[in-house]
Write a protein that binds this ligand. Structure first.
Ligand SMILES: [Ca+2]
Ligand SMILES: [Ca+2]
Length: 93
């Protein structure tokens, strides 16, 4: 009897915990920072930071200053880099 009552309750509690964590992730506010790392007056870096989360931040780099982001870095449990081709918006500060 106890097994029939406790196990379903534990399962529901575990599912609710998973669902609420997923909802928290989607409702956390993203903070985007833009920088001009080489001081030429043009944005060449942007960081997408999610406060309170350690493994979802990512950044874009324009490494050659041609106003096109060419590298994306993801800062998760491991840092990964990938090539991209994304125009840099100069209207952000
Ligand atoms: Ca720059
Ligand atoms: Ca570039």
């Amino acid at each position: 009897m106890l097994r029939r009552v406790v196990l379903p309750c534990l399962s529901v509690a575990m599912l609710q915990a998973c669902v609420s964590n997923q909802a928290d992730i989607h409702h956390r506010e993203e903070v985007v920072t833009y920088k001009d790392q080489n001081s030429d007056g043009l944005i060449d870096f942007e960081l997408h930071h999610f406060p309170g989360m350690a493994d979802v931040d990512w950044a874009l780099f324009d490494t050659d200053g041609n106003r096109v982001y060419d590298k994306r870095v993801r800062y998760g449990y491991t840092m990964t880099e990938e090539q991209v081709s994304i125009p840099v918006s100069q209207s952000k500060k």
